[in-house]
Design a protein around this ligand. Structure first.
Ligand code: GDP
Ligand code: IMO
Ligand code: MG
Length: 417
């Protein structure tokens, strides 16, 4: 059962990229199973900063092969830019990156549809990254989508034009004049993709599993953005929970060995929607500055708040998380006390369950204050107040903390396992 899974358990941006990069040398394959270029996974290699959107976070190492799985939606133009970014850092992807032929393509008009839908929704907008994710998954579910493997067939241009024209008919506003330029970049991206091995991802993984190879499945977004279990409708359009691993890669549930959940020591959210522990005050601003909480994909300021253990335990139960990895512990340096939410008051009633709807009813967090720490003065491994915080998290959730991350660099990880 050699598939391990890394998932974000909050609203995304938990530091999954850094953790996958840290774990990757122990694996033969790193595979992305859902999402698309709405993701921004940041990795620091010394002074170089790499932000990956569609390409798995194992590419910076020699060992693993990296697979973009069938559950991913891929934008060829964005993909080509990422390839170029990695090449400029001297990273050779050829031979190291496979793309599932079943992955769906994001068209330039998917992005226009995303923008049009958001502008029509006004105040109720999702706060999408506008990368065309929702419209691409919509076409997939409507059985109209184009897939990566389709680029090999002679009718691909005709099928592209038919889908594009169908999209244009739905766009009532003036279509942006640079569509032609976007299409040019898109077709250049398609040519770039042809240089890579377009594979049957499920067969590659079946063979790897047969040979007892080790596979790391890399999640994008986080549980609270899951299409079924997140704060609907303020979610993304894929399953970010463990169930998405099987459908997004074509592996059986019995192949999964362990599920690792990544959480920040506090909480952030980018885009609209409920966020019970959000701090719209100086403390929230202090967290944003200390954690440099600005989106890796869109640059938007992230909303910041305290750690929400009600939501984290809900996420753990949905995916069967067996180990927790706590990131950004250093960001809380000097915060004292550190608050964690252990329950909500909904309509005046206390609950520890994550509510069905937080748009029409408000959840007021019930906090437990814990003593703070300062890792500038004490090593994480010897810091009693940090240890007490981690023990509290483990006790509340019933899941041990295996690693703590104390900075953006690769080596800034403390392992407790
Ligand atoms: P992802 O989407 O889950 O991969 O996370 P992002 O890359 O969007 O956001 C995480 C941000 O926090 C990035 O800028 C990382 O470089 C940074 N980061 C990750 N772990 C740590 C940590 O332990 N401490 C600090 N200070 N920054 C971290
Ligand atoms: P990573 O993988 C944080 C959010 C958007 C928006 C909602 C829907 O870096 O953690 P979409 O573009 O999917 O239609 O947007 O989901 N969102 C993310 N927030 N991290 C992400 O990815 C996100 N991907 C999407 O801000 O609220
Ligand atoms: Mg991110």
């Amino acid at each position: 059962m050699p598939v391990d899974v890394v998932l974000g358990l909050q609203w995304g941006d938990e530091g999954k990229g850094k953790i996958v990069d840290f774990l990757a040398p122990s694996y033969d394959i790193v595979a992305r199973f859902q999402g698309g270029p709405n993701a921004g996974h940041t990795i620091y290699m010394g002074d170089s900063k790499v932000v990956l959107h569609s390409i798995p976070s194992g590419v910076l190492h020699e060992r693993p092969i990296n697979l973009i799985g069938n559950g991913v939606v891929l934008d060829p133009a964005q993909f080509a830019m990422e390839v170029q970014q990695l090449e400029s850092l001297g990273i050779d992807l050829y031979g190291k990156l496979l793309i599932s032929e079943r992955a769906h393509l994001i068209l330039p008009t998917h992005r226009l549809l995303d923008a049009s839908s958001e502008s029509h929704m006004g105040e109720r907008r999702i706060g999408s990254t506008l990368r065309g994710i929702g419209p691409a998954y919509t076409d997939k579910a409507a059985r109209q989508g184009l897939r990566v493997g389709d680029i090999r067939f002679g009718d691909f241009v005709r099928r592209y034009e038919a889908l594009r024209d169908a999209h244009l008919r739905r766009l009532d506003q003036q279509v942006s004049l640079d569509l032609a330029q976007q299409e040019q970049q898109w077709w250049a991206g398609i040519e770039r993709m042809r240089a890579f091995r377009l594979v049957s991802g499920e067969q590659v993984l079946y063979e790897a599993l047969s040979q007892k190879q080790l596979i790391l499945a890399e999640g994008a977004q986080g549980t609270m953005l899951d299409i079924d279990f997140g704060t609907y409708p303020y979610v993304t359009s894929s399953n970010t929970t463990a169930g998405g691993v099987c459908t997004g890669l074509g592996i059986p549930p019995t192949a999964i060995r362990s599920v690792l959940g990544v959480i920040k020591a506090y909480c952030t959210r980018v885009g609209s929607g409920p966020f019970p522990t959000e701090l719209n005050d100086e403390t929230g601003e202090r967290l944003r500055q200390a954690g440099q909480e600005f989106g890796a994909t869109t640059g938007r300021p992230r909303r910041c708040g305290w750690l929400d253990l009600v939501a984290v335990r809900y996420a753990i139960r949905l995916s069967g998380v067996q180990q927790l990895i706590v990131t950004k512990a250093d960001v809380l340096n000097g915060f004292d006390p550190v608050q964690v939410a252990t329950a909500y008051l909904v309509n005046g009633q206390p609950t520890e369950q994550f509510p069905y709807d937080l748009v029409r009813q408000k959840a007021v967090p019930v906090y437990r204050p814990l003593r703070g720490w300062n890792l500038n003065h004490q090593a994480a491994s010897h810091c009693e107040t940090l240890q007490a915080f981690l023990d509290f998290v483990a006790q509340y959730t019933g899941v041990p903390v295996s690693h703590v991350s104390t900075g953006p660099q690769r080596e800034q990880v403390v392992c407790f396992a």
